[in-house]
Design a protein around this ligand. Structure first.
Ligand code: GLU
Length: 424
């Protein structure tokens, strides 16, 4: 039996240290009681499990898996499950903390959680992935549930993985438990609009941001990093709204065309070949070049820490929409603020996914499903309200959108903690 260790991480800074530092700064700006900070800077629970899996060649590999709950003051914990070769426990802790703030900012009744398995899903067969997912679900089965902790897709996982979690949990309970995961396929209790929801939330935030600048999306030049669930739909929606998508990339290729990339063709090419590589009608660029191309809006929709102190001063966009979690490091944030770049922070910009996850959970509990326009219009209401609350705090206090969004979110979690009181 072999054990898979995480390779050296792509992360240059410890994400949990960044998340805690962000909390400390916000506590300072908003004068949040240090006793509350002492609670909120820790994760409530962190589970590390070993997941032995029989591979197709008959050998057995033990994968390492995590499920972390940061906080449950406002409701059961909610957050995605990430399959990636360099997931670390501290990364999952940071992502769990960000989920607490994201749910609070959206004012939906959830706390924050995240999960991860150290693996490369692209190198596992479907059967291996299924066995790994089902064994991981069994290892964390006492920690998850509709009233407790509700996983969802994240980097490297999708509706199929959610269906296996749903099935494994349900088999063990003896009946179907729709509310145990979200992001499920439509034929097993998923919600219309969930697949596109994160990108739709990004779109609504960009629309609000350009409206504040008294502009529209028509003719706006956009660069999108990442062509997975978030980036591909966002590029499509923006192109449909009349924006010019000048650059796109995935983990294998980057493409640039100042006159605009044919997004329907890019989507079809990715669907057919699994990569953007080889798409005609654009020049090849690297992922690093994409971040600094000439554009109005930059949307990093892949992984953390891609905009750092090394490249922040070369960013040309005037608006950055964080489709990914944590793509900008704190030192880059300072540089961007000095340059007057409007950063739409992750807990606001990419919250559309968890908002429709909330709708899916509600629909599952009631076993009553909504039409897509109802899902999308409720999503727009929630995201737009959160945007404007954040904008208001940002103007009132003359601070950037990130600390403003944290102020609103952390304030709500702190209030709930005070109201509930500290047990015992
Ligand atoms: N993984 C997504 C996020 O980071 C969605 C989480 C969810 O739907 O629970 O927001």
């Amino acid at each position: 039996m072999t054990t898979v260790e995480a390779p050296e991480s792509h992360l240059r800074e410890n994400p949990f240290a960044i998340a805690r530092e962000q909390l400390a700064r916000v506590a300072d700006i908003f004068a949040i009681d240090q006793r509350l900070v002492n609670i909120l800077q820790e994760c409530k629970k962190a589970l590390v499990v070993s997941i032995p899996v029989t591979l197709d060649d008959g050998t057995i590999q033990a994968f390492e898996g995590y499920r972390v709950t940061h906080n449950v003051a406002r409701g059961p914990s909610k957050g995605g499950l990430r399959y990636h070769p360099d997931v670390t426990l501290d990364e999952v802790k940071a992502l769990a903390m960000w989920m607490t703030w994201k749910c609070a900012l959206m004012n939906i009744p959830f706390g924050g959680a995240k999960g991860g398995v150290v693996c490369d899903p692209k190198k596992l067969s479907r059967g291996e992935l299924e066995r790994m997912t089902r064994r991981f679900t069994s290892e964390i089965i006492n920690e998850i549930g509709p009233e407790k902790d509700i996983p969802a897709p994240d980097v490297g996982t999708d509706g199929t993985v959610m269906a296996w979690i749903f099935d494994t949990y349900s088999m063990n309970k003896g009946h179907s438990v729709l509310g145990v995961v979200t992001g499920k396929p439509l034929n097993v209790g998923g919600s219309l609009g969930r697949l596109e929801a994160t990108a739709r939330g990004c779109l609504y935030c960009i629309q609000e941001a350009v409206r504040k600048k008294e502009q529209g999306l028509e003719g706006l030049r956009v660069a999108v990093q990442g062509f997975g669930n978030v980036g591909s739909f966002l590029a499509r929606f923006l192109a449909e709204e009349g924006a010019t998508v000048v650059a796109v990339s995935d983990s294998t290729a980057g493409l640039y065309n100042p006159k605009g990339i044919d997004i329907p063709a890019a989507l079809a090419h990715k669907q057919e070949t699994g990569t953007l590589r080889g798409l005609r009608g654009a020049d090849d660029i690297s992922n690093e070049e994409l971040l600094v191309v000439d554009c109005d809006v930059l949307a990093p929709c892949a992984l953390e820490q891609v905009i750092t102190r090394d490249n922040a001063d070369r960013v040309k966009a005037s608006i950055i929409c964080e489709g990914a979690n944590g793509p900008i490091t704190p030192s880059a944030d300072e540089i961007l603020e000095d340059k007057g770049v409007l950063v739409l922070p992750d807990i606001l910009a990419n919250a559309g996914g968890v908002v429709v996850s909330y709708f899916e959970w509600v629909q599952g509990l009631q076993e009553y499903f909504w039409k897509e326009p109802e899902v999308n219009s409720k999503l727009r209401d929630i995201v737009t309200r959160a945007f404007n609350e954040t904008w208001h705090v940002s103007e009132e206090r003359d601070i950037a959108m990130r600390p403003a969004s944290y102020g609103v979110a952390v304030g709500r979690v702190a209030d709930a903690t005070i109201t509930r009181g500290l047990y015992p």
